[in-house]
Design a protein around this ligand. Sequence first.
Ligand code: ADP
Length: 535
Amino acid sequence: MLQGLMQARPLLVSAITDYAEQAHGKREITSRLVDEPDWRYDYRGLAQRSRKLANALLDLGICAGDRVSSLAWNTHRHMELFFGVTGSGAVLHTANPRLHADQIIYTINHAGSRILFFDSSFTKLVESIRPRLLTVEHFFSLSPSGAAATYEDFISPASSEFVWPIFDENSGAILCYTSGTTGSPKGVLYSHRSIVLHAMGAGLPAAFGLTAFDVVMPCSSLYHATAWGLPFVAAIAGSKFVLPADRLDPESLHELIEREGVTFTGGVPTIWTAYLEWLDRLEKSPAGLRRVVIGGSAVPVSMAQSFLRQHNVEVLQLWGMTETCPLGVVATPTPQLASRGETEMWETIWTRQGRLQFGIELKLVDEAGCCVAHDGHTPGALMVRGPWVVERYFGSAEPAVDSEGWFNTGDVATLDEDGFMRITDRAKDVIKSGGEWISSIDLENAAAGAPGVKVAAVVGLAHPRWDERPLLVVEPHEGAVISITVVMDHLRDKIVRWWLPDSIIIAEVPLTATGKIDKKQLRIQYQGYYDDAKT
Ligand code: ADP
C-alpha cells in the first residue's frame, strides 16, 4: 500500500468550537434557563466560556480521560459542558434525569465521574443521592444561586485563553447511557472522531441540511444522544441556536418559534402530538418553522400529514439509537420519488423511517444470520456498521458487534432498492400470530389517526390459539371521548382483518424516561389478558 501524503490532523470537538468562533462568531445563541431570565450570546461567547471552563477544570486537577457528569436541561451552560469538557480532553457523561434515581446513581457510579454539574431543578435529587455517588468529588449547581458551589463562580476567575490540546481522535468525548428499555443502562462512549464525522454527516442535505440561515431549536434532550448531535451540526453550519431548557410544552415552544424565528426543530413524536393539538385548538400556525426532524419512535403518518398540509412544515423522520450517535437513516426526498409527483412522494416517504446516509451501512439478516433480499417487503433483523456506531459498551470486555463489525439493532426492518428503510418492529415487539408477523408499529400508526386518540400502543400478548395476539391501548386527548367501535371501524379500513386487535383498552399509556411507549410496562400490566380466550 502506498501511504497518502496528506495531513493527519485529528478530528476533535475543539476544532468545531474554533471553527464556529472564527467562521460565524456573531451568530446568536439564546437559551431559556430554569429560574433565570433568558440568556443571549453568540458562538464567540460560547467558545470563550468553554475555554474558561477548560481552564477551571485543569486547575481543579481534572485530567484527560476523567469523567464529568451533568444532570441538566437544554441550556447554554449545558452546551458549554459539551464543548469545554470534551475540548479539555475529559469526558462528559450526560446523565438522564428522567431515569429512576437508582439508575441515575448507577450510571454516574459506572461512569466513575469526579464532578457533577446539575440544574437547580435537581438540587433535592442531588442532595438525596449524594451519599451514594461513590466517585464524585465536586458538585456544582448550574444555576447562579443556591447553597452549592456554582458553575458561574467556578469559571469566572478562569482565563478565557486556552489552547485546546491535540490528542488521539479516538479518545472518548461524551458518554451516553441507553435508556434501559432493553435492560440495565449501557454506556456508549462517543469518540471525538465519531462526533465530528456524525456532525458532518448529519449536516448534509440528504439528512438535516442545515445552513447559516437556519434557526435551530433542539427539543430532543442534550442528555439523550447529544440531542441528535444538533449542537455540533448547528455550530458547523453557523445556524442560530435556541435552547428551550426544560419547557417543552406547546405554549413555551410556540413562543420561542415565533419570537426567535425558529426554522428547524426536532424531538420525539409525543412533543409534536401535543404541539399540533395545541395549534389546532388555538387556530395558530407555527410561524417560520419549515422542517421538523422527528424520531426515537415511529412517526404516525397523520402527524407528518398535519404538519405539511395544515402548516406547510416538512417532517423528516429519523431512525437511530444511542448506539449510533444517533443518526441512522433520515427520510428526505429523492429525484426518483419526486418524479412520481408531490403527493405520492410524501405518502411514500411518510411510511419509511428514512434512507441510507453516507457513513452508515445497513443490512438485514434472517434468524440464521443470512442476508435477506432488499426488496422492500422481506423483513429481517437490522444490522448497522460505521464510524459512528458503537463497538463495545463502556466497561465491557466483550465487543457489542459480530466478527465483521455489525451491530444488531434489535429492530426488524425492510430495505428497498432505493435505500429506504422501514422499521416493522423491534425484535422483542414483534407479534407472531399463527406463525405470521403483525407489525405493532403499523397498527399503532393506524390507530393514532383515529378520532380522539392521543397515543396508541400495541403489544403482543400470549394467546392459547394463536401464540400471540395484539392488544391495543389508546389514550384519549384531554377532554376527548374515544369510542371503541369507531376505532375498530377506523382500523378496518387500514389494515388486514387478522391484524385487528382482539381487544382495545382505553387507558393512560405508560411512557419511558425518554418519552417512548413503555412496552415492558404494558406487557406486565396486561399479562395473562388473553389466557382464557377461545378463538
Ligand atoms: P433505547 O434503545 O434505550 O430505547 P434509543 O433512543 O437508543 O433508546 O432507542 C433506539 C430505538 O428506538 C431503535 O432501536 C428503535 O427501536 C426506536 N426508534 C428510533 N427511531 C425510530 C423511528 N423513527 N421509528 C421507529 N422506531 C424508532
